[in-house]
Design a protein around this ligand. Structure first.
Ligand code: UT7
Length: 323
């Protein structure tokens, strides 16, 4: 018998304002065609003035709790992946804790940029497996619009705001690959690549800063590292690529998503794609894709899912779970 972290609820929240690619044509030397062709992005959502990451996260958390039929008072922990917390401290997770009316347990943020959600899932799974928590809200939430340099066409057209959340609950499985829940994880980082994707400001430099990215260099690492981490997780679970029902990738670029699926020998009919509608929402992109994938009727109970992500650090990883 094995204690597993099983997804019992999923939800998401997107800010109201939708910005199509064409809006950038007025202020930048760019076109809708370039953005679609190079990234697959068609539109993204931007948070309203005063709307913060914890606001988005709390809405996604409420949706996940409603989906699970679980009350906030019964949640033991919140693990929130974000690089754009409302304040330097306290954590955005504690703000969500207060907002949803959870008065016990514990809450903390995880910062692994675009890989944040797989890091958060892996940590939440470990909390459940070790018996420290029975019900954990795992959230990815970002307001990357706040760290865009609106004069840099190579970055500001790529990112968006949003939040997604899963409720994980402890369940006892047989210890086989047929069990529902998180079956294996794989986390990696290599700080030698820290200059490929970073924000040129922070508390210790007394500024907020803007996102800076050598996009084509990140691209060069992405497909190989993502395919390898997915295969490592599957191997740890005792599974292979052929067992996968859905790849739910970090949604940064359709060409990375296609290249990774191809390298894994899987068709695009096995991939949940939302990048066209959300842009790159960093740590929020995987839970958003899981939530939308379920809403579309693609993801069904019992499906074998592999999620994978890479971003600033570089940090990358994957999680294999049975829905
Ligand atoms: O989520 C975290 C991880 N991040 C990623 O996974 C992002 C990975 N990288 C990418 O998605 C792609 O590299 C980009 C979409 C960022 C760029 O696509 P690319 O095919 O790698 O293009 P590039 O950076 O090599 O640039 C090609 C050209 C350049 O012009 P020159 O130097 O060839 O004359 C850029 O200046 O495209 C130009 N360019 C643009 N042109 C029109 C860059 N941005 C734009 C733009 N509109 N918005």
């Amino acid at each position: 018998m094995t204690r597993r972290a099983v997804v019992t609820g999923v939800g998401h929240y997107l800010p109201e304002r939708v910005v199509p690619n064409s809006e950038f044509e007025a202020t930048l030397d760019t076109t809708d065609e370039w953005i679609r062709a190079r990234s697959g992005i068609e539109r993204r959502h931007f948070a309203a003035e005063g709307e913060t990451t914890s606001d988005l996260a709390a809405n996604a958390a409420r949706a996940a709790l409603a989906d699970a039929g679980v009350s906030a008072e019964d949640v033991d922990a919140i693990v929130l992946a974000t690089s754009t917390a409302d304040l330097t401290f306290p954590s955005a997770a504690t703000m969500v804790q207060a907002a949803i009316g959870m008065t016990r347990g514990f809450a903390f943020d995880v910062q692994a940029v675009c890989a944040g959600f797989v890091y958060a899932l892996s940590n939440a799974s470990a909390l459940i497996a070790s018996g420290q928590a029975d019900k954990v809200l795992v959230i990815g939430a970002e307001t990357f619009s706040r760290i865009m340099d609106w004069t840099d066409r190579s970055t500001c057209v790529l990112f968006g705001d949003g939040a997604g959340a899963l409720l994980l609950e402890a369940q006892t499985g047989e210890g086989t690959t047929d069990d529902r829940g998180i079956l294996a994880t794989d986390l990696n980082s290599d700080g030698r690549y820290k200059d490929l994707l970073y924000v040129d400001g922070g508390v210790s430099t007394q500024s907020t800063g803007y996102l800076r990215m050598q996009g084509n260099q990140v691209f060069r690492h992405a497909i190989e590292k993502l395919a390898r981490t997915a295969e490592t997780s599957l191997e740890r679970a005792g599974l292979t690529n052929d067992d996968v029902d859905w790849i739910v990738p970090h949604q940064a670029n359709i060409r990375i998503i296609q290249g990774t699926a191809k390298k894994m020998g899987l068709g695009m009919d096995k991939v949940i794609v939302t990048v066209q509608d959300h842009g790159n929402t960093s740590a929020a992109s995987i839970p958003l894709a899981l939530s939308v994938g379920k809403q579309r009727g693609q993801i069904k109970p019992g499906d074998l899912i592999v999620t994978e992500a890479i971003g600033g650090g570089l940090a990358w990883g994957s999680v294999v779970l049975r829905w």
